[in-house]
Design a protein around this ligand. Structure first.
Ligand code: HEM
Length: 153
């Protein structure tokens, strides 16, 4: 259990911490100090690197989460409320991430390749909004996961 919870915690910290840094630190600073073309090109590089690692974090979260469920916690029938809520929120977060990746992220890159900065900015605003939602969901999910064993039934 210790190994899997370690993997799980690191993956959650990476994904949620990365969203916090991007949304609450990098975005406001870039908006203040960079002109739109530079800012958008910066985001293309940041998102390419971050998203490739989010895939790994999602795989690690799912594998470690369901290993704990089936090997140590006795399967779906025996789960505490906090793990069920965590699964529901986790799948919602994954759905929103897929929506970003296969939705606005593609036209964002295409518009930048065409040097259509206005259109790229519109797509980036959509990505920002969904990442903001996923950040809140991620923080709630981490709280549930880490505190649930003390209150869940
Ligand atoms: C989607 C499927 C998921 C499953 C099946 C799952 C399963 C689990 C299980 C079984 C535990 C141990 C609970 C306990 O011992 O009381 C756990 C803990 C935890 N989970 Fe998840 N989880 C999932 C998604 C997520 C997501 C998306 C996040 C955050 C982004 C997350 C964050 C955490 C955290 C922070 C802990 C506590 C780790 C610790 O105690 O140090 N989980 N999870």
């Amino acid at each position: 259990m210790g190994l899997w919870i370690g993997v799980h915690l690191l993956a959650a910290a990476f994904w949620v911490g990365g969203m916090y840094f991007a949304h609450r630190c990098l975005r406001p600073a870039a908006e203040l100090h960079l002109t739109p073309p530079l800012r958008l090109v910066l985001w293309r590089g940041v998102l390419r690197r971050f998203f490739s690692r989010v895939w790994m974090a999602i795989a690690a979260l799912l594998i470690s989460g369901y290993m704990m469920v089936f090997i140590y916690l006795g399967g779906f029938a025996n789960l505490g409320l906090h793990v069920n809520l965590m699964q529901a929120l986790g799948w919602l977060m994954i759905g929103l991430y897929l929506h970003i990746y296969f939705g606005p992220y593609r036209p964002f890159k295409a518009a930048l390749n065409e040097k259509d900065f206005a259109a790229a900015g519109v797509q980036l605003a959509k990505i920002r909004k969904i990442v903001g939602i996923n950040l809140v969901l991620g923080l709630v999910t981490m709280l549930l996961g880490a505190t649930g064993r003390y209150w869940a039934f």
